[in-house]
Design a binder for this molecule. Sequence first.
Ligand code: MFK
Length: 556
Amino acid sequence: MPFIQDPPRLGNTYDRDPFFREVLGRLLPPPVLAEIEPELRHLGDLAGGRLHEMQLAERLVEPTLTQWDAWGNRVDHIELTPLWKEAAGLAARHGLVASAYERKHAEWSRAHQLALVYLLEPSIDVYSCPLAMTDGAARTLIDLGNAALADRAVPRLTSRDPERAWTSGQWMTEQAGGSDVALTETVARRTPEGWRLDGVKWFTSATTAQMALTLARPEGNGPGGRNLALFYLELKDEDGRPNGVALHRLKDKLGTRKVPTAELTLAGALATPVAGLTDGVRNITPLLNVTRLWNTIAAVAGMRRAVMLAKDYAHRRVAFGAPLSEKALHADTLAGLEAEAEGALLFAFRLAELTGRREAGVASQEEVRLLRVLTPLAKLTTGKQAVAIASEALEAFGGAGYVEDTGLPRLLRDAQVLPIWEGTTNVLSLDALRALAAPGTVEALSAEAERVLASVRDPSLKPAAEAAGRALEHARAWLAAAKDRPEEREAGARRFAMTLGRSLELALLCAHADSCLASGRGGRAAAAARRLWRNGVDLVDEALERDDSRLLAGEG
Ligand code: MFK
């Protein structure tokens, strides 16, 4: 009998994720956790079982676009993969969007919703993409106070009935305007029937949605983002005919292959301004901030999935006389990955907590400012980590991680989009600087860091917490020194943002570990905190340190 390797297995991904359960246990009031736990366990079972099996079985199935029917009618039909169809029903029934809006658990409703997302996300082939945009569209319509549009669309966007539920697109990206959305070329013309849009959208994710929010320049408006307007459109008219939207092709992407991302033309599409005829970029930012939150959750869910598989495999794979799990170097490597995933998870759920507080109307001014700056920081930090962790996790399988029919390479391909869409690392680093320029935001961030670090009392955690504190202090000094040096400030923005993001994660992990130690829940989290510290050495980006001393010395 030739040797046959036992493949990695997931099991119930809720039960097998004690760190996640600990985090929820600290974050949620016990009655809330008790109420939602059966559903979390059910989703963990699905994610680690049937959905994961479907995912592996459908590895080669991709969405297809049929533009014409046999008789010459333009149909633009996208056939989704079976798993996507299954995910749509599951998402609606389990309230993956709805639970945030029903607000059954007051300010903990976002954490509840994102816990559901965290569990399902790695097993639904990035169906999280349309859900994120749907959530963002609902938020935007509500925040901008357009009652007519909100009354029409929000009940659909937040429906638990798969037959009624809608998804929304977020059509921003054009050939000229990707990161620089102000370059949008789509034009809006006023006609007797209403506003009509003409233009080409280059990357419209999940184009099977029923509606979209998009940007266009009303005829007569000047250039720039302020002269764009935010529009609402539905893809089909009342009779089910296309509303001036023609799909050119599905994009041939490195990853997220199951997401039917299209390039499309708007040719006289009827659309409604959501909030006036200017300030489109500002008006679409509620959507951006929600999808950036989802991106963060997708990143931490992907990291956890990669680590779970690699850890399970380490018990099944024998090399050099013992299971890999008993090899000191392999175990150390996996512990490093796990620590990254845990720091990132804490960051993501801190963001979820703040979002929930703001939406429930109980956030202080300081928390609102903190949320604004933590959103880009969490998205950019976790996006980068997700790619690095997926890459290392594949390596932990040796050649099997590089072979398609194990289903493992997808982890890396799907992670690679996370630092790109919803704002690249550089764009978000600049966004973090923009947020910090607003009055009170540096103070809000400093207060957060101080509060988290002050809660770390156990002597075994002090060196790691102090390293985080030093890095945060360094970042603060750099920001002050770079204040009047716009070019240097811009050049150092990513180093600054990554230093901040990673040191906040370490601080949060130290605080979490401290509370575990204090409540006698063992030292596992403390070991992870020390491990994360070792991963980051002293966390301060070396180049930032050099910039910093140069700036502080007043050198040009
Ligand atoms: C699992 C997760 C799945 C997610 C699925 C998503 C699939 C979708 C695929 C996509 O990729 S969709 C396209 C994503 N594109 C982007 O994210 C665009 C990236 N670029 C930026 O974010 C730029 O920073 C930005 C376009 C916003 C800059 O544009 P401008 O024209 O230079 O705007 P400006 O002047 O900086 O900001 C305009 C206003 O908005 C300002 O306010 P005021 O008008 O009051 O001065 C800004 O302060 C405000 N603003 C900008 N970003 C904000 C914000 N406010 C709140 N939050 C923000 N994030």
